[in-house]
Design a binder for this molecule. Structure first.
Ligand code: NAD
Length: 288
């Protein structure tokens, strides 16, 4: 059996086209486009690339993109003042503070200061709480994107055995909550789980969000399962740099029913979901 490859790029392109169309309708109705502010502190090269890509995608969707690039020695007070100003800025529907922040800044406090109704990353504890109790809020983009790819695979989530490896606030926990909301039977596995291979073999839906290159082996996968590989790992192989996921892809694709590649799977979904969340924020704020 060879798995269907779930094309995250194609799904993200479709989602972006839908968001752009709705953003245009919103702009016409309200005299301004939805707006996203991205704050970058310091010069971390990976963060610079992410911020640039987010800005480009925001503009491509016809939205307002505002970037604040601050020096690495920005004080906590300065950053808090900026976040509070963005909270009050009527043009801005979404605020994203790019993580990681330099060590002298308290990331938890900064995130906590973002208006939860503009927290399009879904990192604020209020949004984590809303997700758990089933209220409308914002769900972290990678978790949201992973769910869309599960739906793209056409699997029935209700009643399915779902195993999520990884319990981070960013991915593992929110994706588990989303699966639970859809009536899957969810197991959360992590670094202390005993016999991870046996736990994974139960899964009709297997989500790997670990950060360990090719941890998940082909014989951990139930034949026909849907495998969502969130991992992004840079490794040296055959004398060159490669990007690989948390799943041993080549072997896994012989066993799974559907699988996301790395790159080109979950990755492209993350920014697309950020734009979707920003549009949702604008629409909700207009109704208030
Ligand atoms: P994290 O380091 O915060 O969490 C990793 C989790 O994996 C932890 O909960 C830990 O308990 C678990 N874990 C670690 N080693 C394990 C092991 N040997 N067996 C079982 N569980 C183990 O990471 P994160 O932020 O959740 O990210 C996970 C991966 O997803 C990373 O590779 C990251 O780069 C990637 N990621 C991708 C996107 C995207 O857009 N595709 C977005 C966010 C994160």
């Amino acid at each position: 059996m060879t798995a269907r490859i779930i094309d995250g790029k194609a799904v993200a392109d479709r989602l972006n086209a839908d968001t752009a169309a709705k953003a245009a309708v919103y702009a016409k109705a309200h005299g301004r486009p939805p707006g996203l502010a991205v704050v970058l502190v310091g010069e971390d090269p990976a963060s610079q690339v992410y911020v640039r890509n987010k800005g480009k995608s925001t503009i491509a969707a016809g939205m307002l993109s505002i970037e604040h690039k601050l020096p690495a020695d920005t004080s906590q007070d300065e950053l808090l003042r900026l976040v509070r100003a963005l909270n009050e800025d009527a043009r801005i529907d979404g605020i994203l503070v790019q993580l990681p922040l330099p060590k002298h800044l308290d990331a938890d406090l900064i995130i906590d200061t973002i208006d939860p109704d503009k927290d399009v990353d879904g990192f604020h504890v209020v949004n984590a709480g809303r997700l758990v109790v089933g209220f409308d809020g914002f769900v972290p983009c990678t978790a949201l994107g992973s769910m869309m790819l599960i739906d793209e695979a056409g699997v029935k989530v209700e009643g399915a055995e779902a195993v999520v490896i990884g319990r981070s606030n960013l991915v593992g926990k929110p994706v588990s909550q989303l699966l639970l909301r859809r009536n899957a039977t969810v197991t959360m596995a992590h670094s202390r789980t005993k016999d991870l291979a046996a736990v994974c073999r139960r899964a009709d839906i297997l989500i790997a969000a670990v950060g360990r290159p090719r941890l998940v082996q082909p014989d951990w996968i139930k034949p026909g399962a849907v495998v969502i590989d969130v991992g992004i790992n840079r490794i040296e192989e055959g004398g060159r740099n490669r990007l690989v996921g948390d799943v041993a892809y080549d072997g896994a694709a012989q066993v799974a029913g559907a699988i996301t590649p790395v790159p080109g799977g979950v990755g492209p979904m993350t920014i697309a979901c950020l734009l979707k969340n920003t549009l949702t924020s604008a629409e909700r704020r207009a109704k208030r």
